[in-house]
Design a protein around this ligand. Structure first.
Ligand SMILES: [Zn+2]
Length: 62
């Protein structure tokens, strides 16, 4: 497991994300997080990190 898999780049226009831990053993009930004033959210279940990516060219999963 490498660290990059645990970081998700998010479109900066999105205010709320949903995390269900992904497809593997880290799966957990779906939870929603709101960015509020932050640019970063860390899921309290699986520690996955969601970062608002201001450079749209760097977003692969849109
Ligand atoms: Zn999660």
């Amino acid at each position: 497991m490498n660290n990059e898999d645990n970081t998700v780049k998010v479109n900066p226009n999105i205010e709320t994300i949903c995390c269900d831990g992904g497809q593997d053993e880290l799966g957990h009930p779906a939870v929603y997080f709101t960015f509020n004033e932050e640019n970063k959210i860390v899921c309290s279940y699986c520690s996955k990190t969601f970062i608002k990516k201001m450079d749209l060219k760097d977003i692969k999963n849109v």
